[in-house]
Ligand binder design. Structure first.
Ligand code: FES
Length: 101
């Protein structure tokens, strides 16, 4: 386990996501009601940026063709493509958000 500091808690508005870089890997970090979740940013369908998708509860909708993923597990729930995305552990230390990716 190697957590990397990627953002301040205040950098990500509740109900939104942000793309962060962890060792060259693009990770989508979400703030769901003050709890943070991290999954791959790149949609496995055609590469859409999941961090720019609409967050509804635990589900994010890809902005390109509307595939839906559970941000807590990375599971593909509906829409085009059939692959899950990776999910990463997140911890908050003080006001820093850290991801293990
Ligand atoms: S690129 Fe995400 S649904 Fe097509």
């Amino acid at each position: 386990m190697a957590f990397t500091r990627v953002a301040k808690t205040s950098d990500i508005i509740e109900g939104h996501g942000k793309c962060v870089d962890v060792g060259g890997k693009k990770i989508a970090l979400f703030n769901d009601g003050g709890t943070f979740y991290a999954i791959d940013d790149t949609c496995p369908h055609k590469g859409g940026p999941l961090s720019e998708g609409q967050l509804n509860g635990n589900n994010v909708t890809c902005p390109w063709h509307a595939a839906v993923f559970d941000v807590t597990t990375g599971a593909h729930l509906s829409g085009p493509g059939a692959s899950n995305v990776n999910k990463y552990a997140v911890q908050v230390v003080g006001d820093d958000v850290e991801v293990d990716a």
